[in-house]
Design a protein around this ligand. Structure first.
Ligand SMILES: Nc1ncnc2c1ncn2[C@@H]1O[C@H](COP(=O)(O)OP(=O)(O)OP(=O)(O)O)[C@@H](O)[C@H]1O
Length: 284
């Protein structure tokens, strides 16, 4: 895979079989090809590619792109909180009932955060007018990186204005949030992302691990939650830190667009190769 005919390969000779339910950590230095792997999985790159990706034996190019992407779960590292109510953030298409939302928030340790007293970025009395809401969304789209755009595409296919009529001040779900969700850390925002995925029961989830404002404890709880609540899902974690993916079933080490090493963390440590060196130097 190349990003342009005149450019070098961003991915080449990548052959890997991932088993159902496996938890895979993807590591490698900057520019090694980690995000490119996720991009081809989400069918974001079409030109200058060859090869195929099969899911349950079926070539992903045979699926309609919208339907296909809606089967995958994406948890980007950047903020995925949109201006609107918490309910809207969890369920923009009104597909779920309140019990399902709370059950998911409880599983993901976010119920307390959502129902807490008003925080600095949370304003229960604010009513965002629809036109400024639309402008906010347009701005968010323009400023979003590719991962966030995929996320928007999947979840916000039919963006709906917040129905301020329905907002009650009694439910934490109906509180309006903006920006980074009342000061939530990146990890907490990812837990919120996990809530969305648990509600939607995706079988393949890509997690782009948070790098900014890293709170190691929350990051660990994201990984623990994944193992518990996503035990039957295949989870690919693009890792920016090693601690959180040491419990992965297998680790893929990317280097210059190819898979340099693949194996369990123990196998790779014993091999004393690139992964062992990354662990020793914590160099990413
Ligand atoms: N949109 C793009 N256009 C051209 N080249 C790109 C583009 N995105 C990535 N590349 C190149 O493709 C190669 C792989 O990049 P990729 O983003 O997949 O690496 P990465 O391992 O995810 O890096 P990082 O850890 O910094 O996010 C790099 O050489 C990079 O410069």
């Amino acid at each position: 895979m190349k990003y342009g005919a005149e450019l070098g390969y961003a991915l080449k000779n990548v052959n890997v079989i991932i088993n159902p339910g496996e938890k895979i950590g993807i590591v490698g230095r900057t520019g090694a090809g980690k995000s490119s792997l996720a991009k081809v999985l989400f069918r974001l790159v079409h030109e200058n590619t060859s090869g195929s990706i099969l899911i349950d034996g079926q070539d992903i190019s045979e699926f309609g792109v919208g339907d296909y992407r809606a089967r995958l779960g994406m948890i980007p590292q950047e903020s995925s909180i949109f201006d609107g109510s918490i309910r809207y953030n969890l369920d923009p298409l009104n597909e779920f009932d309140i019990e399902e939302m709370w059950s998911s928030l409880i599983k993901c340790n976010m119920a307390k955060f959502v129902s807490r007293d008003r925080g600095s970025d949370v304003d229960q009395d604010d009513e965002l007018d629809n036109s400024s809401n639309e402008a906010h969304r347009r701005k968010q789209w323009q400023e979003a990186g590719w991962l966030k755009r995929v996320f928007l595409f999947i979840l916000m296919k039919v963006p709906k204005p917040v129905d301020t009529e329905k907002l009650t001040k009694l439910s934490g779900l109906d509180r309006l949030v903006q920006g980074c969700f009342g000061g939530a850390s990146s990890g907490q925002q990812q837990l919120f992302g996990l809530c969305r995925i648990t509600m939607r029961k995706r079988k393949i989830v890509v997690l782009d691990e948070a790098t900014a404002n890293v709170d190691l404890e929350t990051d660990k709880s994201v990984q623990e939650l994944i193992r518990k609540e996503f035990s039957d899902c295949t989870v690919l974690t693009i890792a920016h830190r090693l601690d959180t993916i040491m419990n992965s079933d297998r680790i893929v080490v990317m280097d210059k667009g190819t898979i340099a090493e693949i194996g369990t963390p123990q196998e790779l440590l014993a091999k004393d190769g690139m992964f062992a060196l990354l662990v020793k130097t914590s160099e990413f």
